[in-house]
Ligand binder design. Structure first.
Ligand code: ZN
Length: 688
């Protein structure tokens, strides 16, 4: 496409022109943006004056922001509205971007300029967040291989390019494997036990595919209700086998999307990269951008959690075993029985199921209620704005202002599952807060979920688990949107230590269990009735159902990830290591054909390599932060204002530990997490 054609990705508009972006715009836009970035870099390096904030750091920050402005909508569309053409264009850009980032990270002249600036009096005169920008840059140069020369340097660059390609292929395989499998059932009787909401969605999927009957898939909104409710064990087994062998050498699509060789290569390259940079292993390398100080500290943290949770988890499993034995005459629980009988047991004990709650959570009510909650908590205003161009008719757009009307930021909300959209839920950055030629650019976020869409005339209604997911992602969103830092590399979630990033997200989840907050987010979709008090009580009582088993499951994943990146040697048997981790911490053993690592995108295709422990690490922070609200009231204005000012507004401008201490008045402690997880008794019980 000739250069003079208009390319919406290169527009300097406040929001991406989603209505106009086409796959053919992607490569030319990235090529042009990269050329521009290289020209800026040359100008910065060519400047004759001694490097200063204005001549060095500012233009480099702007360069990064400019590039991400172009790339962010592409990355986003690839995730939410993928097509073969877009995937190809996206894939074509990855090596170009990766090469440029390596070039930047390894630029000796640029590194020298930062070092010389850091050694000058001008650096000492900077405020703390600005000094942090420079310190982070120096750290990233070192981690980016700036000290490497000759063949090592080339090898490092090749590893980076290859790793970024492997990550992309890994997640494509998971997506493709998930979508390749489906099962159409002609007779509804085969799905006995499955709730009506899931049946309706399955009918709708079948008719969309031009089939009769009901179509089952491996997407979570379909998979989870079938596993928890379908009475037919053979059907559950069939889905389970397909699900846990996705993208592997086994199962119905054995070998077709196999991530086995990819994950081996990723591990080998990560180890090689860490060694090139002078680290013993990739876990040590990964900790350079984290709050945890050493691999031992992380291992000890995880093993401590496992030890403290083990007895509770074992008791839960024993209880489940007794229950199925006494009530259903079953001696051994198969892997595909767990969710099903756990649901039955939960219903017995608490007389509650996710499906009972669903009618009370129409998605639009939940979203508005969630906005009301954070308006009260953080003294902000959120209003809907129509007529903003988006990528899909389901997407809404919302603006956030301060109590005095000052614009703070905006978000796109894309709630529903559809084909071509990656699974799960996440927040991503569209625009970051910064000053651009004197003008303040406010941040914009994308919030993406995979809720079951409305069926026919009925509005979309979601489970309480899904409500919790929405709150989680919105917590990330607020961290990005309520930042008061206007330097891109430390604004919002940027520059925040990886193992502290989940603080605001897990923090916000707590509100979906608070009666006062539930009143704002729930209303029966037909009658408008509030969530009945009895149901609310049962929901709260059931919150910690099987919490020990859940804790151990997360610790198992985290310990597996972390040990994998410490102990990796060529020829390491990944599945054997996972078994070893289970020997150490698990109370449950999945069947041998389970290929969990092959779809573990968090660590192989996301940013969580040697960092999955971050969820639990940050949960110590989020639980302890929330305990202040338990003490002073869940809508306590002072606590809300402090959280906004000391944590959300600071972004990566100050270390996570310092932010926490400023908010809580002391260092974090693990007690609140153990209490909230039901591992240790609640405060009331302590007092009694
Ligand atoms: Zn998160």
């Amino acid at each position: 496409m000739p250069d003079h054609h208009h390319n919406p990705l290169l527009d300097d508009s406040p929001l991406p022109a989603f209505a106009d972006i086409r796959a053919e715009h992607v490569l030319p836009a990235i090529e042009q943006a990269l050329a521009q970035a290289r020209a800026t870099l040359a100008a910065v390096l060519g400047a004759s004056a001694a490097p200063s904030w204005a001549t060095l750091v500012e233009p480099m920050e702007a360069l990064g922001e400019r590039l991400d402005r172009v790339w962010s909508p592409v990355r986003h569309l690839h995730a939410v509205l993928d097509s073969p053409a877009l995937r190809e264009a996206y894939g074509a850009c990855l090596p170009l971007l990766s090469a440029f980032h390596t070039e930047l990270a390894q630029n000796k002249a640029l590194y020298a300029a930062y070092r010389s600036f850091a050694a000058s009096p001008a650096y000492d005169a900077l405020d703390a967040p600005r000094r942090r920008v420079v310190d982070n840059a120096l750290r990233d140069f070192r981690l980016g291989g700036v000290a490497l020369a000759g063949a090592q340097r080339e090898r490092y660059a090749a590893i980076q390019t290859r790793l970024s390609d492997l990550a992309s292929r890994f997640s494509n395989n998971v997506l493709d494997a998930t979508q390749a499998w489906s099962l159409t059932v002609a007779d509804e009787a085969a799905l006995a036990g499955v709730p009506e909401s899931a049946l309706a969605a399955a009918r709708q999927r079948a008719s969309a595919a031009g089939e009769r009957g009901l179509r089952l898939t491996l997407d979570l909104p379909c998979y989870l209700p079938v596993m928890a409710h379908a009475d037919d064990p053979a059907l559950r087994q069939r889905l389970y086998e397909a699900y846990v062998t996705r993208a592997s050498d086994l199962g119905p699509d054995a070998g077709r999307f196999d991530n086995g060789p990819l994950l081996e290569e990723i591990l080998a390259l990560r180890q090689e990269k860490a060694e090139l940079l002078g680290f013993a292993n990739y876990a040590c390398y990964s900790l350079q951008r984290k709050m945890a100080r050493s691999t031992d500290e992380v291992l000890e943290f995880l093993r401590n959690l496992a030890a403290r949770s083990h007895a509770v988890a074992q008791a839960e499993l024993d209880e489940l075993g007794r229950f199925v034995n006494q009530e259903h005459g079953i001696d051994t629980l198969a892997a595909w029985d767990l969710a099903y009988y756990s649901e039955k047991l939960e219903r017995r004990r608490f007389d509650i199921s996710q499906e009972d709650l669903r009618p009370y959570f129409p998605v639009q009510r939940v979203i508005r209620g969630m906005f009301d909650i954070v308006e009260r908590l953080f003294a902000i205003r959120i209003r809907d704005r129509a007529n903003v161009a988006t990528w899909h008719r389901d997407v809404s757009f919302h603006e956030i202002t301060d109590a005095d009307g000052t614009m703070l930021g905006a978000l796109y909300l894309d709630p529903f599952a559809r084909s071509g959209k990656r699974g799960g839920a996440w927040m991503d950055v569209c625009r970051t807060r910064m000053r651009r030629s004197g003008e303040l650019q406010t941040p914009v976020a994308y919030l993406s979920c995979n809720f079951t869409p409305p069926v026919g005339e009925r509005p979309a209604i979601i489970t309480h688990d899904e409500v919790s997911t929405l709150f989680h992602e919105f917590g990330h969103g607020l961290h990005h949107l309520l930042t008061q830092v206007d330097i891109p590399s430390i604004a919002g979630i940027a520059g925040v230590e990886w193992d502290a990033v989940e603080l605001p997200s897990q923090f916000l989840e707590n509100w979906c269990y608070e009666p006062e907050a539930l009143a704002l987010i729930s209303a029966h979709h037909e009658t408008g009735a509030a969530l009945p008090a009895s149901l609310l009580e049962r929901l709260r009582a059931a919150r910690n159902f099987q919490c020990g088993m859940q804790m151990l499951r997360q610790v198992e994943f985290a310990l597996f990830d972390f040990r994998l990146h410490i102990e990796y040697r060529p020829g390491l048997d990944v599945l054997a290591l996972l078994e070893d981790v289970r020997d150490e911490v698990a109370v449950l053993r999945p069947p041998e054909f389970n290929r969990f690592p092959h779809a573990f995108s968090h660590i192989f295709a996301g940013g969580y390599g040697a960092g999955y422990y971050s969820y639990k690490w940050a949960e110590v922070l989020s639980s302890d932060a929330y305990s202040r609200f338990e003490e002073s009231g869940v809508f306590d204005r002072a606590a809300g204002a402090d959280f906004r000012r000391e944590i959300l507004a600071r972004g990566g401008g100050r270390g996570a530990l310092a932010c926490f201490v400023a908010f809580r008045g002391r260092e974090p402690a693990i007690a609140a997490l153990l209490r909230h997880s039901g591992i240790e008794p609640p405060l009331e019980a302590n007092a009694a």
